[in-house]
Write a protein that binds this ligand. Structure first.
Ligand SMILES: Cc1cc2nc3c(=O)[nH]c(=O)nc-3n(C[C@H](O)[C@H](O)[C@H](O)COP(=O)(O)OP(=O)(O)OC[C@H]3O[C@@H](n4cnc5c(N)ncnc54)[C@H](O)[C@@H]3O)c2cc1C
Length: 395
């Protein structure tokens, strides 16, 4: 059996590996010229942890994880206003939370392809898929710039992220499925030894209203920056006009020295996109199925997109892997959606609930967040608070 996978993000890499291990021939097409180096720190907890353990990926992820000691909210002068002890957070989240840089997570999933028999999974970087044909007999995809070269397969996996082109081509335009949550997020990594030493092993977040800047000192002299701000337009990055760097400098002015310094060093084109979820009535059409953010983005507010990308892709591998004839593909894809949709929908609901504590709109909401975080230190209240902060995982 043959699969074509579009997108070598976490979902695409894991799905390709699991199908390869099950004996499928897989072609994995990724538009970036090489593994993407840009990214942000991610909390990895929830269903992806269990799935990563089951498929043997967890040790590779743990090997590149950072040890975060605390997440600390600070005022403009850098004084702490409240802080979350990460060991406690980890306990509330069921004992296992890894802090991973997104590119490290992807590189670990890429390296894990070595577990598959040689030649079973062929990865093509610099291969932006521009056309897709899918019907009841199979699928074909073409890469931009090489219209005469097509890849034929029994099934097509669209693992090409929140702005999925596979989804647009097979299921309909993005506007039908993208649900903006009223915010934008930006992220970039800069070299800054002084801030790096100051913020090693801690997430530092500004305790501000309508916007929040976060930073973390990496292993090298680098600092990972992460910024979220309110934005009612809901426009995806390619539809926003103006320089994202200038916009960030405007939006985040006056939050203190560390943020000013980060903005000085901000690259011209940092990651800067709408915070949104993808909500679709069905994830499968003919021989095409979507996985990861492409069909069920939960947004950074749920803090579980990477975790769900791994768990969803692993489950897809479980149900599709044993399929040995084309007519069994469609029932297997339906089975995947039947089992996975409730988990995604619950995480999406948790993400929407988190919007107000995540980015307070006024002083009262900010005060409430401080109390909520301080309450995690009170015995008995911690699980209740964890439900609010981390959603379903604390069940
Ligand atoms: C700022 C921020 C913070 C986050 N924090 C967390 C967190 O703490 N914890 C967590 O679990 N999740 C977090 N997330 C969410 C998480 O990053 C995503 O949910 C996850 O990376 C989705 O993985 P994916 O493989 O589905 O999609 P993506 O990572 O988007 O991968 C899609 C891939 O497809 C490729 N592609 C796109 N179009 C094409 C094409 N036409 N042809 C070929 N290739 C194509 C892209 O280049 C990309 O490599 C965060 C997200 C953001 C933005």
């Amino acid at each position: 059996m043959k699969a074509a996978v579009v997108g070598a993000g976490i979902a695409g890499l894991v799905a390709a590996r699991q199908l390869g291990l099950a004996g499928w021939d897989v072609v994995l097409l990724e538009k970036s010229a090489a593994p993407r180096p840009d990214g942000y720190m991610m909390d990895f907890f929830g269903p992806g942890v269990e799935a990563a353990e089951r498929i043997g990926l967890y040790p590779r992820l743990a090997a590149v994880a950072y040890h975060v000691e605390a997440a600390e909210y600070v005022d403009k002068a850098g004084r702490p206003t409240s802080s979350l002890d990460y060991d406690r957070f980890s306990r509330l989240a069921g004992g296992k939370v890894l802090s991973l840089l997104r590119p490290d997570m992807e590189c670990a999933a890429l390296a894990a392809l070595e577990d598959v028999a040689s030649g079973r999974v062929r990865v093509h970087y610099g291969a932006p898929v521009s056309q897709v044909w899918s019907d009841d007999d199979g699928v074909r995809v073409a890469v931009d710039g090489s219209p005469d070269v097509t890849f034929a397969a029994d099934v097509l996996l669209g693992a090409d992220g929140i702005h999925s082109g596979v989804r647009a081509r097979v299921f309909g335009p993005e506007e039908e499925y993208l649900r903006p949550l009223g915010m934008r997020a930006a992220a970039f990594i800069v070299t800054e030894p002084i801030l790096n030493a100051r913020f090693r092993n801690r997430f530092v977040l500004t305790d501000s209203i309508d916007r929040m800047a976060g930073l973390y000192g990496l292993r090298s002299d680098e600092v990972a920056a992460f910024m979220v701000y309110r934005d009612a337009t809901g426009a995806p990055r390619h539809l926003r006009s103006g320089s994202p760097r200038e916009r960030l400098r405007r939006e985040f002015a006056g939050l203190g020295h560390a943020v000013d310094r980060l903005l000085e060093l901000c690259p011209e084109h940092p990651y800067d996109d709408v915070v949104a979820q993808i909500v679709m009535p069905g994830w499968q059409r003919g021989r095409t199925v979507l996985v990861g953010d492409a069909c069920g983005a939960v947004s950074l507010l749920a803090g579980q997109g990477g975790s769900l990308a791994i768990a969803g892709a692993a489950l897809l591998g479980d149900v599709l892997g044993p399929v040995a004839s084309p007519e069994r593909i469609s029932p297997a894809l339906a089975e995947f959606e039947r089992r996975w949709r409730p988990v995604v929908e619950e995480a999406q609901a948790a993400g929407r609930r988190t919007a107000s504590p995540f980015l307070p709109a006024n002083r009262t909401q900010r005060l409430l967040r401080r109390w909520t975080i301080r309450a995690t230190h009170l015995p008995g209240i911690d699980r209740l608070v964890a439900r609010q902060i981390v959603g379903r995982i604390a069940k």
